[in-house]
Ligand binder design. Structure first.
Ligand SMILES: Cc1cc2nc3c(=O)[nH]c(=O)nc-3n(C[C@H](O)[C@H](O)[C@H](O)COP(=O)(O)O)c2cc1C
Length: 208
């Protein structure tokens, strides 16, 4: 069974079927009763898909590599690194998902830089109950990814990013200390390479 509480900002992966095939991206979501709220920034592919495709899937996973691959799809050929199972028409569930819910778009509330998408859902279906104990390494990796996708989005906009960089440096310093097994070392290595190439501190052509 999955436990979700109202008014908590959780992280998951939204997946859908478009004319071009399956698509998935990390997303923050909040639950209130049978409604799920998602804020999607303007100008993203996610935004245009969610505006036109009413049925989507919300996948629950704590696998940091899934977040890495799907946050930086082009750089990691990410959509080809995950598998989808179409549990019903237009409902592609990530094979990795520990649980999922099928979402039906109810309303879109426009805001300045983002829109809030409101969905109905019936229930979360549990697929895979395997758990790994909570680790700072995993949660800092997700935290780093959130800021890396933000930095990536605004890197040429002239918006002041020095606070974000200071924070990311801090996160990387802690991860360097705590992430000592090969699985997490490789993860941090990938995140740090992304950071260097996005922030343009050193070699701009490192990844992109
Ligand atoms: C953990 C995590 C949470 C994210 N949450 C959101 C979110 O709530 N809203 C959003 O617009 N983008 C969010 N992003 C960024 C998107 O996943 C993605 O980078 C963005 O939609 C641009 O990709 P696209 O051009 O393929 O749509 C998040 C990224 C990560 C790593």
């Amino acid at each position: 069974m999955i436990i979700v509480r109202d008014n908590v900002l959780y992280e998951g992966i939204i997946s859908l079927k478009s004319e071009k095939g399956y698509y998935a991206t990390p997303i923050g979501f909040t639950i209130r009763g049978n409604n799920i709220y998602i804020k999607v920034y303007h100008g993203s592919l996610t935004h245009s898909y969610l505006s036109t495709i009413r049925k989507t899937v919300l996948n629950i996973t704590d696998n940091p590599y899934i977040y890495l691959y799907l946050a930086f799809k082009k750089e990691f050929n990410g959509l080809n690194k995950v598998s989808f199972i179409e549990v019903e028409d237009n409902a592609p569930v990530l094979e990795e998902a520990k649980a999922y819910a099928i979402l039906y778009l109810r309303d879109i509330i426009p805001c300045l830089n983002y829109d809030t998408f409101i969905y109905n859902y019936n229930t979360f279906v549990t697929r895979n109950p395997d758990i790994e104990p909570l680790s700072r390494c995993n949660w800092l990796a997700i935290e780093a990814l959130i800021y890396l996708t933000k930095l990536f989005k605004i890197r040429d906009s002239g918006v002041e990013v020095s606070n974000m960089k200071t924070y990311l440096n801090h996160v990387f310093r802690i991860m360097e200390r705590l992430c000592n097994d090969p699985y997490h070392k490789e993860l941090v290595n990938n995140l740090f390479k992304l950071y260097i190439s996005i922030s343009g501190n050193h070699n701009n052509n490192y990844l992109f």
